[in-house]
Design a protein around this ligand. Structure first.
Ligand SMILES: Cc1ncc(COP(=O)(O)O)c(C=O)c1O
Length: 485
């Protein structure tokens, strides 16, 4: 067995460079010699030399296979695939390789937009399950296994269940129970584990999808591990999924020129986790735990932790995630994000009306985290606060319970006859658009959904408060594209 300390993919690139081969092939920058000086000075000659084309690597297929096999062993999977277009491509692959036209797939309505993109492309029919809501904190919990059981009872022909675990706030559902439920009903379990690539490598983190028995999962190596942006892996466990079909679907949607640099970065991130993951993650968990304790002493802030475990849909938690409720500072999360950026040069992961989300990872130092805490202390004690946030915001929590009415399949809506109307005239019409709050990337409106008065009010209030939207055809959202007739 090849040792987890080895990095066959990176080594193959280094060998090519060492051989001093003269490249008459792509990429056209010819190992950096042709790039603009400014770019070369910015990213360095060494990186450019390694930016090769896959065909240049001697024995290419075997090198990739060896590197992916090491990932398979490290993750305890049966097959692993390196991806260079994020977990988005992993999620698309999972859906396209298991569902086709008209197949039902059970999915949380609060899932990431990549899941709905997969459903649109496959022509599948979503069966929605709600997320449980914390009205005080204004966040969704994760999925209650009982809701999956109920959805399967109502839709016995559904092909697969796809869930997101953990959610953006690090809250994890009971994966083992969900695997039992889905397998007992003879359904496939697919997991969008974009935020859980590190789970396998530390016992204090939630159970990974592969360990729980999910048939497939996609996890973003670039989000919480050290992979470069866009790197991700797709894992298969068990024998219910055909790996050849999965590979074929990856080939269908992925570039024909996958970046060797990104793949080498996947190889090294796997090596790093397999050889010193536990040590690095212990430090990360400790840093986040200390930060949480200090933040919870700051008047006006609340950073939840394991006390949420036991709430519906919350079985475990990734304690490296810091979600800080700022409601009692008199500022919205959007305002706090701005203040942190402009006054303290701190850039956080995400803000919402009542919360900010901070990512702590193996790249953080105690010094940086102490700085964050000191800035939060300074901000809450020196920046004048408003008395309270407007009352109108409170009713927004009700919207999180709102399960829109799906009247057309997302695929039919995207490819149906369409027209643009004024947003205010669209109530009662059927959306042809996928409009997403970004981050966290959860769609507010899906193609095929009936546009309600509540959703329009919600979008308008949230936008006025500072929410960023993604995907709207008219970015000003004065108009919206609906299904004609
Ligand atoms: C839950 C979830 N799934 C999938 C994705 C897509 O991941 P990637 O950016 O690696 O394509 C994201 C990205 O934020 C996400 O939050």
């Amino acid at each position: 067995m090849v040792s987890q300390e080895s990095t066959p993919y990176l080594d193959a690139l280094l060998k090519y460079v060492k051989n001093k081969t003269i490249p008459f092939h792509t990429p056209g920058h010819k190992q950096g010699k042709g790039v603009a000086q400014k770019f070369r000075n910015s990213i360095g000659e060494k990186a450019l030399k390694l930016d090769l084309d896959i065909d240049d690597i001697e024995n290419y297929e075997n090198v990739l296979e060896e590197a992916e096999k090491l990932a398979t062993q490290a993750y305890g999977a049966d097959y692993s695939f390196f991806l260079v277009n994020g977990s988005t491509s992993g999620v698309l692959t999972m859906i396209l390789s298991t569902c086709s036209d008209g197949d039902e797939i059970i999915v949380p309505r609060g899932a990431h937009k990549s899941i709905f993109a997969g459903i649109i492309l496959a022509g599948a029919t979503p069966v929605f399950i709600p997320s449980e809501i914390d009205e005080e904190l204004h966040i969704p919990y994760n999925i209650n296994p009982r809701d999956i059981e109920k959805a399967i009872e109502k839709h016995p022909n559904a092909k697969a269940v796809i869930i997101v675990n953990p959610n953006y706030y690090g809250l994890a559902t009971d994966m083992k129970k969900i695997a039992q439920i889905t397998h007992k009903a003879n359904k496939l379990l697919l997991v969008d584990e974009a935020w859980g690539a590190h789970f396998k490598f530390h016992p204090l983190l939630p159970c990974s999808a592969t360990e729980a028995g999910a048939d497939m999962c996609a996890n973003s190596t670039h989000k919480l591990l050290s992979g470069m942006t866009q790197t991700s892996m797709l894992h298969i466990k068990g024998n219910k999924v055909n790996p050849a079909r999965v590979r074929a679907m990856i080939n269908l949607i992925q570039t024909t020129s996958p970046s060797c640099l990104l793949r080498a970065s996947l190889d090294c991130a796997r090596m790093q986790m397999a050889t010193e993951g536990k040590k690095l993650l212990t430090k990360t968990i400790d840093l986040a735990t200390k930060a949480r304790q200090k933040i919870n002493k700051i008047p006006g802030l609340y950073c939840f932790g394991r006390e949420l475990i036991g709430k519906p849909g919350v079985y475990d938690m990734d304690t490296t995630r810091l979600t800080i409720n700022v409601k009692n500072t008199g500022h919205t999360g959007y305002e706090v994000e701005q203040i942190l950026q402009t006054t303290y040069k701190i850039k956080i992961e995400m803000s919402e009306l009542f919360n900010i989300v901070v990512i702590i990872s193996i790249g953080d130092s105690e010094q940086d985290i102490d700085y964050l805490v000191s800035c939060l202390i300074d901000f809450t004690s020196t920046i004048p606060k408003k008395n309270t946030l407007p009352k109108k915001y409170n009713k927004l929590a009700n919207f999180l319970h709102h399960l829109p009415q799906q009247v057309l399949s997302p695929h039919s809506a995207v490819f149906g006859k369409q027209k643009a109307v004024k947003l205010t005239d669209s109530i009662g019409e059927v959306s042809a658009e996928l409009i997403t709050a970004f981050p966290p990337g959860v769609p507010l409106l899906l193609p095929g959904e009936k546009i309600s008065k509540e959703i329009i009010e919600y979008i308008q209030l949230e936008r006025a408060a500072g929410m960023q939207l993604n995907g709207a055809i008219d970015p000003t959202l004065k108009t919206i594209v609906i299904i004609e007739g």
